[in-house]
Design a protein around this ligand. Structure first.
Ligand code: ADP
Ligand code: MG
Length: 456
């Protein structure tokens, strides 16, 4: 007998000995004898074999218990997170954590490309480790770098914990900002031009025939003066931000009239639907999580939106305020007009933090300057087949291309998210205009390919 056969024989004997064969046979005979054969035969067999199994009523009860337990766990986790958020670290603890975090970052041989790793030298670490921004925030370098210390694959790896971080830790932030925003050659102290919304009428509908563009969106980030950024916001301050936004939106007029909804009042299912429609946001990725972005969730989070869902203001998503204008078509002019009206109205009631060099301040250095990202979701079937050409064109036109699920998502069904790559060093108008010019150029290229295809 081969060894496989002998194993089989042994296994069969074991099944017989244990009564498994007998039990299965009885179940199958019972099923055979059944006059009305059940639709779900497996359930029938399972029920027959299982003496101590719960009946349907018991099963429902147990399921209820499980759901309740899950809710309790979620509540306790939230409470734990809340309490953790209130723990104050001593300077010694900060020092220890900073040194351990830095060591793990520079000892990593696989992920070596974060800007934090590039610019945080041992000398700077020494100099900044125990320095804090002014009280009562008292942000340490660690509060800014904790995410980059843990996520070595993060491209940047640092967030500002309050506005002062950009100046207090300037020898670290400034080179990171210059490199990220392509300002290495710029030796001027002022990197961002003054706000200029330009002549809104010059921005147009880029696809009046609705052939290529599925939707258009522009967003801005803002932070309210006098409050720290998300890594150091207290629970009270998260609510303060929300209250300020709620009050500031009361004067909105015309198509911008809407309602403010706080996240805690929206049931989970509705939240998910709203996130799908891009009206609301959900908790995001791990970099932000580690940086402290979701502390006290969902406190202070919410959205103001008009009934058409073409104008949104998010509270405490990442920055205090995100202003979004959108349309389910290619009318960039309409979207821009609404955005400009909205932000100008908001600025009448709220004072946002601006920096003399970097423009509008945001927690993430990548968003500084105008903070403006204008994007279209666009389908260019022919051009997108020629990846190299598309890449070359997007470089030349200063466009970023990614999937439609947000940053770091893949391109699916040939639909791309195309937006302005630059945020700093240009005016708001210049960036929107450059997206307009870029999209027009891409659509022209697609049309040329269509004609060539018809001729050839
Ligand atoms: P942001 O830079 O504003 O954080 P993301 O790329 O993270 O933008 O996208 C945020 C959300 O907005 C995503 O769900 C994305 O699908 C949606 N979005 C972005 N641009 C558009 C657009 N032009 N049309 C429709 N939805 C968009
Ligand atoms: Mg995002």
């Amino acid at each position: 007998m081969t060894s496989i056969e002998s194993k089989r024989v042994q296994y069969r004997k074991y099944l017989e000995r244990a009564g498994v064969i007998d039990a299965l046979s009885k179940a199958l005979i019972k099923l055979y004898e059944e006059q009305n054969k059940p639709e779900d035969a497996i359930r029938f067999v399972r029920k027959f074999m299982c003496e101590s199994c719960p009946d349907d009523a018991q099963y429902d009860l147990m399921k209820n218990d499980l759901d309740e337990a899950k809710t309790t766990i979620a509540r306790l986790e939230q409470e734990l997170e809340r309490l953790r958020g209130q723990i104050k670290k001593s300077p010694e603890e900060y020092q220890e954590l900073t040194m351990a975090g830095y060591k793990s970052l520079i000892d990593d041989e696989e992920y070596v490309s974060s800007l934090l790793r590039k610019y945080l030298t041992p000398e700077l670490l020494e100099e900044y480790m125990l320095v804090t921004t002014p009280s009562p925030v008292d942000a340490y370098l660690y509060d800014c770098a904790v995410s980059g210390f843990e996520h070595h694959d993060a491209p940047v790896g640092i967030y500002a914990a309050d506005a002062e971080c950009y100046d207090v830790f300037t020898k670290l932030f400034d080179p990171i900002i210059r490199e990220y925003h392509g300002q290495e050659e710029n030796d001027s102290d002022v990197l961002q031009k003054d706000v200029d919304w330009g002549n809104v009428d010059e921005i147009e509908n880029l696809d009046a025939e609705r052939k290529y563009i599925l939707s258009t969106r522009i967003r801005l980030s803002r932070n309210i003066e006098g409050l720290p950024f998300f890594p150091k916001l207290t629970e009270k301050q998260l609510i303060e931000v929300e209250d300020k936004i709620r009050a500031a939106t009361e004067t909105m007029d015309g198509e911008l009239i809407g309602t403010y909804l706080t996240m805690g009042d929206i049931d989970t299912e509705t939240q998910q639907e709203m996130v799908k429609r891009n009206v609301l946001f959900a908790r995001g990725e791990g970099y932000l999580q580690t940086a402290g972005c979701y502390r006290f969730w969902p406190t202070g989070r919410g959205v103001y939106h008009n009934p058409a869902e073409t104008f949104m203001i998010w509270s405490n998503e990442e920055d205090h305020v995100r202003v979004i204008s959108a349309a389910q078509c290619g009318d960039l002019g309409d979207v821009y007009q609404r955005l400009v009206t909205g932000i100008q109205e908001l600025e009448k009631n709220l004072t946002f933090i601006r920096h003399p060099s970097y423009g509008n301040l945001t927690a993430c250095p990548t968003n500084l300057g105008t903070t403006l990202r204008a994007s279209v979701h666009i389908r260019l079937p022919l051009l997108s087949k020629d990846e190299e050409r598309l890449k070359a064109m997007s470089e030349e036109l200063s466009l970023s291309i990614h999937g439609t699920g947000g940053e770091h998502t893949p391109i699916e069904d040939g639909v791309m998210d195309i937006s302005n790559k630059r945020r700093m060093g240009f005016t708001e108008f210049e960036l929107v205009k450059s997206l307009q010019d870029g999209i027009v150029a891409l659509i022209n290229a697609e049309e040329e390919l269509e004609i060539a295809g018809q001729e050839g």
